[in-house]
Ligand binder design. Structure first.
Ligand code: SF4
Length: 215
């Protein structure tokens, strides 16, 4: 079986050909943070949290979907990389307007955990037109709060790849972007039953189990 040799953070490594940079870094003991990535789902590279510096590359590289190439020299925690990751978190926080720092779902929010780890404070800038959709708690199966959604699409991939249903998709554009069920059907329309896979894969509790609202 062919192998790929590279250097990560000064350590020479050898991994199976086709291994991604992220997998190789983790195998070598270097923890690279991720958000849109989940090991059980097809990598998409859309959030840029997992970027690394590759010698000779003018741009930072998303490690979750980039295969390690022979002879690559990689830095996973350089100043440039850390600055880029902080900027990603700060940008996501600007649109993550839900109250998850104050409620029982705070401990489940991977974005806030990353913000704490990377020492990112409240965003310095505001989005011009914050996305706003009311919280929906009408379904017996799922509660949707788009103010917590970071558009990572993990739920969409999990619905297709794990639950094998393909009910979820992204709809609308820009600040109106929204995770929808079928053709943006109401959540209680019985399109989506109780598999709970999207809830399990959502990193921010934008999708969660229904709760009894306290008046
Ligand atoms: S609902 Fe959750 S999993 Fe789906 S895109 Fe939003 S944050 Fe990601």
């Amino acid at each position: 079986m062919s192998a790929t040799k590279a250097v990560i953070n000064g350590t020479e490594i050898k991994v199976k050909a086709g291994t991604t940079i992220l997998e190789a870094a983790r195998q070598a003991g270097f923890e690279v943070p991720t958000l849109c990535h989940h090991p059980e789902l097809t990598p998409s590279g859309n959030c840029r949290m997992c970027v690394v510096e590759v010698e000779g590359s003018p741009r930072l590289v998303a490690s979750c979907h980039t295969p390690l190439a022979q002879g690559m020299v990689i830095q996973t925690h350089s100043d440039k990389v850390l600055a880029a990751r902080k900027a990603v978190v700060e940008l996501l926080l600007t649109a993550h307007t839900g109250p998850c720092v104050n409620d029982s779902r705070a401990s489940a929010c991977e974005l806030h955990k990353l913000a704490a780890e990377l020492e990112v404070g409240p965003p310095r800038f505001q989005v011009q037109a914050p996305r706003f959709y009311p919280v929906e708690n009408d379904s017996p199966y799922v509660r949707r709060d788009m103010s917590r959604c970071i558009l990572c699409r993990r739920c969409v991939r999990a619905c297709r790849e794990v639950a094998k249903k393909g009910i979820l998709s992204m709809a609308y554009r820009g600040f109106q972007s929204k995770v929808v069920f079928e053709a943006d059907d109401p959540l209680n329309s019985e399109q989506c039953k109780d598999c709970g896979v999207c809830i399990e894969f959502c990193p921010t509790s934008a999708l969660s189990k229904p709760v009894e609202e306290v008046a």
